[in-house]
Design a protein around this ligand. Structure first.
Ligand SMILES: [Cu+2]
Length: 162
């Protein structure tokens, strides 16, 4: 009986380390949405995603690409659930977690005309167990193949693809 104990401990240790290693990168990618701050064609600073969509409990991280430029993200009004980031530049990336569903409007206090954005925080109405197996992501892809089978363009019934 004694010999079983070390083996079980070893297995448990391997399993635990395997879980940790496989989960960390996934969790980081899923739970934090990065929005970059870049210069557009007119030389104005803008967010790469002005209408970000996340789920409650996820975070947004802002990454200023150009060095030596200060930004400060603030909510448009008191009703917008974003906390003033304070001044930051490319050397640091503010990160905020959004725990409550809703729509948040915000802007950069230093570049208020060009740097405006919205964050849509969706409720995760499904229980955590169902969230693990999401088949919907794949269901959208086959649509591309649907209009292809027949080359008749005249039929209006096939016209939805255009
Ligand atoms: Cu700015």
């Amino acid at each position: 009986m004694r010999s079983n104990v070390p083996q079980l401990t070893l297995l448990a240790g391997l399993a635990a380390s395997g879980l940790v290693l496989s989960r960390l990168p996934t969790a980081a990618a899923d739970d934090v949405k990065a929005i970059a701050i870049v210069k557009n064609a007119d030389g104005k600073f803008v967010f790469t995603d002005t209408n970000a969509k996340i789920k409650e409990g996820q975070s947004v991280k802002w990454v200023a690409v150009d060095s030596g430029v200060t930004h400060q993200l603030v909510p448009d009004s008191e009703g917008d659930a974003l906390t003033d980031t304070g001044a930051f530049d490319s050397t640091s990336s503010p990160n905020q977690k959004f725990a409550t569903p809703g729509t948040i409007h915000y802007h950069c206090a230093i570049h208020p005309k060009s740097m405006r954005g919205t964050i849509n925080v969706a409720a995760t109405d499904a229980p955590a167990e169902e969230a693990k197996s999401e088949p919907k992501a794949q269901a959208e892809q086959p649509v591309e193949e649907a209009p292809a089978p027949k080359k008749r363009k005249a039929k209006p019934s096939y016209g939805y693809g255009y």
